[in-house]
Design a protein around this ligand. Structure first.
Ligand SMILES: Cc1ncc(COP(=O)(O)O)c(C=O)c1O
Length: 332
């Protein structure tokens, strides 16, 4: 056996220098981070780190949410903060600051990132304090915010549509599906399985044979007689994109493009007979699905309703003043 290199031991200064060297090329996409442990914002990616003793890191006792920054405005920040706080309550995490302060920190971090188009993700955690299980040892809860450039999905998702497969990964029980916690192992596995099978994403089906959701996106259908269908929200994450899309879709009902909108269990057989299938979420927006388990959805082409909903949503992100919060960027 070749002689092994001894593991280096660093002084504080050496370690900080190594953190700088270790910042990989993709860290150029990380624009600003707030950490309640630091008590402020940093823009050097080398310093965008978390303490290992934070219970979110070693026990997954944390919750998160993401808002998008479009054209210098935070879109739907308030509903996203409400969902974060609802998740924190379910996870029994008391935020370190009142809601208004959390909100201001998110806005300040967005401004410090200096980008007009970005994603802003934030976490509430039980906080640091030790490596045990019970959070009683934590010195106080923590809050982290990152402003980053999310990798875009390929254009082909929107022009040609996606392929999905039914996931064999067990679905989260309803309580855990409704909390947006940092336990995303099933969600990661569903995507990996889909990629292994030559698809783009996977669909969770519950034990009753009802359609649930995708990896980090909701799934909706248009029936052959023009009804927009979405599963009930009691056993899945209540996606804010789809909630908004369901409101915007009322316009399509008024215009006669849709006959109705119905939120109720979606049995797999009904879903397979749909004219359209689409995925929705903050990251994917609204994207048509053209193939499910190797079989075409509808006529196997991106459907018109998914396209109309994407257009309405894009307009909303730019123009819905009641959903937009301006970011106070520094002058220079
Ligand atoms: C499991 C899951 N379902 C659905 C969604 C879609 O939610 P939203 O539209 O708020 O991004 C997400 C994304 O956060 C998710 O993680």
């Amino acid at each position: 056996m070749p002689e092994l290199e001894p593991t280096p031991k660093f002084t504080t200064d050496q370690a900080i220098a190594r953190l700088r060297q270790a910042a990989h090329a993709k860290a150029a996409n990380f624009y600003a981070m707030y950490s309640s442990v630091l008590g402020g914002i940093v823009t050097d990616p080398a310093l965008m780190v978390l303490p290992l003793d934070d219970h979110m890191v070693h026990r997954g006792h944390g919750v998160f949410d993401t808002a998008i920054l479009a054209n210098g405005m935070l879109y739907q920040l308030d509903p996203h903060l409400d969902r974060l706080l609802a998740s924190a309550k379910m996870a029994r995490i008391s935020p370190p600051f009142p809601r208004e302060q959390l909100r201001q920190i998110v806005i300040d971090a967005a401004a410090a990132g200096r980008r007009r188009e970005a994603s802003v993700r934030y976490w509430l955690s039980a906080g640091p304090g030790g490596f045990g299980l019970a959070p009683g040892e934590c010195v106080g809860s923590s809050f982290y915010v990152i402003v980053f450039n999310a990798e875009l999905y390929p254009d082909s998702y929107y022009t040609q549509g996606l392929k999905v497969v039914t996931s064999s990964v067990p679905i989260k029980p309803p309580f855990f599906a409704r909390v947006k916690s940092t336990n995303y192992l099933p969600n990661v596995l569903v995507v990996l399985e889909a990629k292994d099978r030559g698809a783009d994403n996977g669909i969770f089906i519950d034990e009753r044979g009802m359609v649930a959701e995708g990896s980090n996106m909701n799934v909706a259908f248009v029936t052959r007689d023009g009804v927009l269908r979405h599963p009930r929200f009691d056993s899945i994450l209540s996606g804010l994109t789809v909630q908004r899309v369901l409101q915007l879709a009322r316009r399509l009902v008024e215009q006669g493009d849709l006959r109705d909108i119905r939120i109720a269990d979606v049995p797999v057989e009904e879903a397979r007979a749909a004219a359209e299938m689409m995925l929705t979420g903050s990251s994917i927006k609204i994207a048509p699905v053209v193939e499910w388990d190797g079989r075409p959805v509808g006529d196997g082409k991106p459907g018109p309703i998914a396209k109309k909903l994407l257009d309405l949503w894009r307009e909303d992100v730019r123009q819905a003043t009641d959903q937009l919060i301006p970011v106070p960027y520094p002058e220079d």
